[in-house]
Structure formats: C-alpha cells, structure tokens
Design a protein around this ligand. Structure first.
Ligand SMILES: [Zn+2]
Length: 341
C-alpha cells in the first residue's frame, strides 16, 4: 500500500507517456506470468450453488459500462451512446462528481430518457479514496449526495480500488469495482467469479464469507445457507447489503493502451468462454480513449474495434444473452436466488 500511496502522490508530476512506458515494461512481464489465469481464469467459472440462471432463460448476461475520466471523454459520450443505441444496446455511464469536468443535469436526464443508466465514479480521481477509513467515510458522505442527486444506484471506484466492507457506507444497490481476473490493476486481487454476488452488511450472521480487509483478496460468493437467512429479511436489498458486479472482460485501456493489442480477438475469445459457462459478460470501455475520427494517437484506439465487437456479439449470440444495465442486474438480484427471472 505504501508504494501505491507514493505513486499517486508523484503521479500528477509524471508525463502520461513516461508513466505508460514504465507500466508497459511491468505489464509485459505480468502477461507472461499470468498467462494461465488471464484473460481467462478457468477456476472462476462455477456458478454459486443456488444460482437459478438468467432472466428469460438466457444463457448468459451482456452488460456494458463506461467510466468518464476527463473532459475529453465527457465530450465523446454523445457518439458513444449513439453507437450503442443504434445497435440496440444500453450501458451505464459513470461520472466523477468532483473531477476535471462538470456533469450537467441535462445530460443525466437525456441519458436516462434513452434507457441508459448513470453511476458514480469515485469522488475525485486521485487514487486516494481508500487511503484511510477516516478519509473514506468523509468522502462517502459527499458520494452519497451525488448518488441521490443523480438518481444513481451504482458505484465504481477510480482505479478499481476496493474494500467491500467499507462500501457499506455508500447508499448503493451495487458496486462494480472488482473483476474476475485482472493482474494489471494496481490492486490486483480478483473476486474469482464471473457471477454477481451479494455482500451482506452483517456478515457475522451465519456468514462463511472470509473477512475482507484492506488490500486482501475478496471472498467468494456466500453459501446458499447464508443467502437464505439474508433473504428472509423484508428490507430492500440496499438497506442490508449490496450486489457486487465484477467486470469480466479486459478493460479497453489494458488491451489497447497498455498491451498495444491491435485487434479485439481477446474480447471475442473471452465472451465465447463466458457464454459457454453461463456467466456475465461485463465490460468497461472509456470514451476518453476511443478515437472516433480515426486520427491515431498513442492514447486512443479506433472506435472500429469496439463497434465491430458489438456487432459480433449481436450477430454471433443474438437471442442467447440477457442484455441489461448493471442497475437492472442489481434491482433484480435477491440473496439466495440470484437474478429474478
Ligand atoms: Zn476511472
């Protein structure tokens, strides 16, 4: 944790190209080291014992999300949601409340009117949210205000930092800051499942879930015994816990900026595996890094890689997946049952 803190203090003073060059050296080694568990970790495929399947008897779930990092990304939300809408898809757009840009109420309204969802992406984007519990609790009050003002039910932490126990301070129906496998993240402990799972506020009540501490690997989904006890509560889910929705496809920034992939082959291979195993194909794409004009720059990738991937999903798996926003996944999730059919 100390090294991470030091890095985020120094980060604003280091040029992007320099930071990326250093990260690429480490990423290359990591890719070799983790080739048995990334991009696919076979040990994550087992559904929870009480899993009842996806709505409408679909084989798997297809869920899209976007984190808007800077004004550059904010300005590209229009073409990005137009693209998704034209292909029949909807996503959640996660905004940083007190970052480099200001999120307009009108944009939030427009997105929702078109069937998109809005989420909260940290408070600032400085990598310091989890530095101490005191800081986290202070920031959580402000985050709760934005959740309410924006009518948002979901949270994603900047840089995918996570501590599932602390997150109970947020008034959320779901969190989406974890992943099945992603050794390239600064806090690389995956939750090792390709299914959403319940994080109870009072894990001491019959829980067999390991305690989740700072920087420690998160627990597997709870046992069915525990879930049944939780589900006996008449409280809405948001009051006694939240749903954790791990992303399961490599982030665009990892594939195209860090690893310099030139195709969307990894996304296609991973969704093939996710669909075979009946899991959740949940991806995170940053408008900041998409090149809509095919200009070509080291900090972007061509929109064709994303567009062609969405078209592929539609053509190859049409009728087989349940397409939902993460908020819809969370609103239909019940401990002990999974997603309501
Ligand atoms: Zn971010």
């Amino acid at each position: 944790m100390f090294r991470l803190k030091l890095y985020y203090h120094a980060k604003p003073f280091l040029p992007w190209g320099f930071r990326m060059a250093i990260r690429r050296v480490f990423a290359f080694r990591k890719r070799q080291r983790y080739q048995a568990t990334w991009p696919i970790d076979p040990s994550t495929s087992l559904p929870p014992s009480d899993w009842s399947g996806w709505p409408d008897d679909k084989g798997f779930a297809f869920v899209l999300s976007h984190d808007v990092e800077t004004q550059i990304g904010y300005d590209k939300i229009g073409p990005l949601v137009d693209l998704e809408e034209s292909l029949g898809f909807r996503s959640v757009v996660n905004f940083i409340p007190e970052g480099q840009y200001r999120t307009s109420d009108q944009l939030i309204k427009d997105l929702k009117a078109r069937g998109f969802e809005v989420g909260v992406h940290g408070l600032h984007h400085d990598g310091k949210l989890y530095n101490s519990l005191v800081r986290f609790n202070l920031r959580s009050k402000k985050i709760n205000k934005y959740l309410k003002d924006w009518g948002a039910t979901g949270f994603r932490s900047p840089l995918m930092h996570h501590n599932l126990n602390w997150l109970h301070a947020l008034n959320i129906a779901y969190d989406a800051s974890t992943f099945d496998t992603d050794p390239f993240e600064p806090q690389p402990d995956g939750v090792k499942t390709i299914f959403p799972f319940w994080v109870p506020k009072h894990p001491e009540i019959g829980s067999q879930r390991p305690e989740v501490g700072e920087q420690k690997p998160e627990g597997r989904p709870q046992t069915s015994e525990h879930r049944t006890q939780e589900s006996s509560s008449t409280l809405p889910p948001s009051l006694d816990g939240y749903v954790e929705i791990p992303y399961t496809l490599p982030q665009d920034s990892t594939l195209y900026l860090l690893l310099k992939e030139k195709t969307n082959k990894i996304w296609k291979e991973k969704i093939a595996w996710l669909s075979q195993n009946g899991g959740m194909a949940f991806m995170n794409v940053h408008p900041d890094y998409i090149d809509f004009n095919e200009n070509g720059s080291p900090s972007t990738y061509p929109v064709s890689l994303y567009k062609e991937y969405l078209e592929h999903v539609k053509a190859a798996y049409g009728g087989q997946y349940w397409h939902a926003t993460p908020g819809e996944v969370a609103s239909r999730f019940r401990p002990g049952i999974g997603v309501l059919k």
